[in-house]
Write a protein that binds this ligand. Sequence first.
Ligand code: ATP
Ligand code: MG
Length: 255
Amino acid sequence: MTTLLEALSLHHRFGTMPALSDVSLKVRHHEILAIVGESGSGKTTLLNVLSGRLIADQGAVFWRDGDNLRNLADLSEFELHRLQRTHWGFIDQNPRMALRMNISAGGNIGERLMANGTRHYEYIRETAAHWLRQVEIDPQRMDDLPLSFSGGMLQRLQIARTLVTEPQLVFMDEPTGGLDVSVQARILDLIRSLVRRFGLAAILVTHDIGVARLLADRLIVMRHGHIVESGLTDQVLDDPHHAYTQLLVSSVLPT
Ligand SMILES: Nc1ncnc2c1ncn2[C@@H]1O[C@H](COP(=O)(O)OP(=O)(O)OP(=O)(O)O)[C@@H](O)[C@H]1O
Ligand SMILES: [Mg+2]
């Protein structure tokens, strides 16, 4: 399968604190890669470096541009922003930070289309209604402000806003982190079905092994900025080799 994103030997420090040490990975077309590990292990730092939101001290990230893999560092700021809003998408833990709370639900979706050059008003409205349906929000709510939405609805709106531009690769940081357990399950089901339906590739940060098991084809386990173990999700979780992975698995899964 084609590689969409590749990281080679990333290193990063905040002050004297190493947040990433010699991290290399690949993400292929249509593949969900989970990054798991306890708090402070470097998951968000890694996601930020992979998505070009943070420049690592050392190492390189390559992304697929047609037939070639290109170094992210060679893009101008303008090209990077364009890549981030067209081929890539972001779903963050807190939808309130990602959404514009003072414009309507439909406007939040339409804004992404307009940023990519779509101008036709009726088309934008129809597409916004279509995407509200995809994320199980009644399109009648299109003109409502997100302020009136529940936490789960806000997260579903963020998903619609992200997917409307049909990204190839979606970066997710604890996408169900701030939600009640019952709402989490519904959002995870939704993400799983959308990922399958649209053949998305995704990099998913989670400290929840159950989320990784449900969504990810492969996973990497991080500790103190290092990758301690990686492989197919079922293989790693059913037969963890590293003591730290064994601990992670046993502390979450029922024995
Ligand atoms: N902006 C920053 N300035 C200074 N230190 C930082 C910064 N961001 C992260 N760190 C440090 O880098 C290390 C890795 O942090 P990171 O946020 O990547 O962890 P994480 O695995 O995402 O944790 P969590 O599960 O709590 O979100 C931690 O020691 C953290 O304190
Ligand atoms: Mg984090």
